[in-house]
Design a binder for this molecule. Structure first.
Ligand SMILES: Cc1cc2nc3c(=O)[nH]c(=O)nc-3n(C[C@H](O)[C@H](O)[C@H](O)COP(=O)(O)OP(=O)(O)OC[C@H]3O[C@@H](n4cnc5c(N)ncnc54)[C@H](O)[C@@H]3O)c2cc1C
Length: 342
């Protein structure tokens, strides 16, 4: 694609159990910026089976937020996440739209799909984008920022003109697409696809974190480390999280000690999170933990040890026993937010 051509972007709008994930709206916002005023933005939603009814709601939201056409691929075979099948469904949308830019969320599914999509279109791929800088010419010379070395440094990349561009955007970093003016919403269209032979089949999904706020998309995270001392030690953290409407996370130290499930682990080998507020309780601040949370907007650390490395990245540090400090914080938040007591 030359720099002067009209840009068409396609968003893979990821749903979880039929409901649109927030990162899908962030991807749509990025796509709208990248396409620029003269360009067009399409979205594709994929699913089937029990979640099929919700796809329509997801599609309507995308259309109301600036997707010119939302392509709905609804097939019982897509009820569970099968990478080959989902990539084929996105491929059907690519064939229909011929996009020059394809945007996905940098989620577990997005990470699996993006390289397949990039290979299928013979395009370039930039993963884990945390910022998009677009020139006034409509985005032809977009510069993508992504973290390196577990967040210790950032690099800026751009695509060479000519090949389709595939990016994944890190959740919670880019603004969501705002609704468009009434009357200018996009249209919704069913899209057929042919199911490919599957090399892998998901037989069962075990939801260890069901009912919890998704860590990757949480605005507030209260996280516990080995300093919580036991599974019961997480109770004050759960209570604080409930009062502020946040999620509970953990260090690997806490997971390894059996205080909580590995689905809560944040860090290099756990989840990457970027909440507005991260409260680290009894976490020393090992480099592998910082890799997953140092991009949080405001970091509060509670630790008995004034020399704990976590204070090096914290915006606010409280030197003290978490079992004294956390209940005090909960009480204060309860009063400020006018939440009833236990
Ligand atoms: C290859 C590899 C990958 C890894 N990936 C990850 C990862 O993804 N995520 C991760 O977190 N770690 C990861 N680790 C492990 C990491 O190196 C640390 O071991 C781990 O983060 C330590 O967890 P912690 O801070 O909870 O425990 P500790 O380092 O033991 O720290 C506990 C802290 O709690 C404080 N404390 C104790 N009691 C209290 C109290 N009552 N009140 C307040 N403070 C208290 C102590 O002062 C101490 O600072 C990885 C390691 C390796 C080698």
């Amino acid at each position: 694609m030359s720099d002067t051509e009209k840009r068409t972007a396609l968003v893979y709008a990821e749903c979880a159990e039929g409901a649109l994930r927030r990162v899908a709206l962030e991807a749509l916002g990025a796509a709208r910026r990248l396409a620029g005023d003269g360009g067009s933005v399409h979205a594709v939603v994929v699913g089937g089976g029990a979640s099929a009814a919700a796809l329509g709601t997801a599609a309507a939201e995308l259309a109301a937020r600036g997707a010119e056409v939302v392509h709905v691929v609804d097939d019982p075979a897509l009820a569970g996440f099968a990478p080959e099948a989902y990539a084929a469904a996105i491929g059907a949308a690519i064939a229909a739209v011929q996009p020059s830019i394809i945007v996905l969320g940098h989620t577990a599914a997005g990470r699996e799909l993006a390289p397949r999509v990039a290979a299928a279109v013979n395009g370039g791929h930039i993963a884990d984008v945390t910022a998009v800088d677009v020139d006034d010419d409509g985005g032809a010379a977009a510069i993508f920022t992504r973290p390196l070395y577990a967040g210790k440094a950032f690099e800026q990349r751009r695509f060479l003109p000519g090949a389709p561009q595939v990016i994944t955007v890190r959740p919670n970093n880019l603004p969501v697409a705002e609704p468009v003016a009434p009357g200018s919403e996009g249209t919704i269209a069913a899209l057929a696809y042919s199911a490919p032979p599957l090399w892998t089949i998901v037989r069962d999904v075990v939801r260890k974190a069901s009912g919890r706020i998704d860590l990757a998309e949480a605005d507030i995270i209260v996280s516990g480390g080995r300093g919580v001392r036991s599974a019961e030690g997480f109770a004050p953290l759960e209570e604080l999280a409930a009062v502020v409407g946040g999620a509970v996370g953990a260090s690997r130290g806490a997971c390894d000690a059996g205080y909580c499930d590995y689905s809560l682990q944040i860090g290099q080998t756990g989840k990457t999170v970027t909440p507005k507020l991260y409260i680290a309780c009894g976490i020393s601040g090992a480099i592998q933990h910082l890799a997953g949370m140092s991009q949080s907007r405001v970091i509060v650390a509670i630790n008995k040890d004034p020399d704990a490395p976590i204070f090096g990245v914290a915006d606010y540090g409280i030197v003290g026993d978490l079992f004294d400090v956390v209940p005090l914080l909960t009480e204060q938040f309860r009063a400020i937010l006018q939440k009833p007591g236990p």
